[in-house]
Ligand binder design. Structure first.
Ligand code: GLN
Length: 289
């Protein structure tokens, strides 16, 4: 019998990718790389420059533990405690929704909306990890945000992310239900939100990695999935300056319904729907009259 081959980085990755593939994962190799890089304290590219290095006993133990939890369904972002969004690193915990690439369209629309405004003011409703407010503030110097969430644990994560990206002095974090904590405050230039928009009955049909691990509060949008849009639309007009923008992420089949909610709200006008890279409606834009 030849002696057992050593567990090099290359061999570990190949083994794990095969294991995850058999388990039906969509991204077996990527998951393995992100987790092994995390355990070793490497950037992913360094796995390839150290491909033949043998991984020590202790790192292997830690890695094995992550592989097991991943195979039981925990999303990689929770296992490694971070996720990239808008090319920035965000801390995540199970208290927050994992930032999604679709949500980057909200940031792009914000930046377009405030292009000509110096020092714009804005509100992020349901900030979660803080990804929208932090990415917007980072890319628009002088922008000031109020970021609200119903979860104190989520706000802790969002505060950490604001500090990490040096925008904490321009984001005020508030705990509460949608726009309620801002009642009576001066109007702002823009309100952004990626609210919960899954219909309650459909939550059970979500991918188990989402359904069983991500916060219900961040997903469940009530019986028809539109509760948060109705309530945000109703609360928004007094908090938006005339000509101010409301920028809402939507589920890809909700464009007509959200537009109708906007149109039936006195003081708001539907402006446009923005499509994502797959061509699905992804963001609804409204304007304060
Ligand atoms: N604003 C956060 C995000 O877009 C959280 C959204 C949510 O929890 N529904 O990721």
């Amino acid at each position: 019998m030849p002696p057992e081959e050593p567990w090099t980085i290359g061999r570990l990755l190949a083994w794990t990718a095969e294991f995850f593939k058999k388990k039906g994962s969509d991204s077996p190799r990527l998951d393995a790389e992100v987790m092994l890089a995390h355990v070793l304290g490497y950037e992913r590219v360094q796995l390839y420059t150290h491909y033949e290095d043998v991984v020590g006993e202790r790192a292997r133990g830690e890695y094995r533990d992550l592989v097991r939890r991943r195979s039981e369904g925990t999303p990689v972002a929770y296992l490694v405690g971070r996720k990239e969004f808008y090319s920035l690193r965000f801390d995540v915990t199970p208290a927050v929704l994992i930032p999604r690439p679709e949500t980057e369209f909200v940031v792009m629309e914000f930046l377009a909306a405030v292009k000509e405004i110096e020092g714009p003011t804005a509100i992020d409703v349901g900030t979660g990890s803080g990804c929208i407010a932090v990415a917007c503030a980072k890319h628009k110097p002088g922008a000031r945000f109020a970021a609200i969430d119903a979860s104190a644990d989520a706000l802790d994560v969002a505060r950490r992310n604001a500090a990490r990206h040096a925008v904490a002095d321009r984001i005020e974090f508030l705990e509460g239900d949608l726009l309620a904590p801002l009642a009576g405050r001066p109007a702002v230039d823009v309100i952004v939100s990626n609210p919960p928009y899954i219909a309650t009955a459909e939550v059970e049909a979500l991918d188990p990695g989402v359904r069983d691990f991500e916060p219900r509060l961040a997903l469940d949008g009530g019986v028809d999935g539109l509760d948060a849009y109705r309530r945000i639309a109703a609360q928004a007009p007094p908090l938006l300056k005339s000509g101010g923008r409301l920028i809402l992420e939507i589920g890809f089949s909700q464009d007509a319904e959200v537009a109708a909610i906007i149109e039936s709200t006195p003081g708001l006008r539907f402006s446009a729907t923005v499509r994502d890279l797959q061509g699905h409606p992804r963001v609804v834009l409204a304007t304060r009259e």
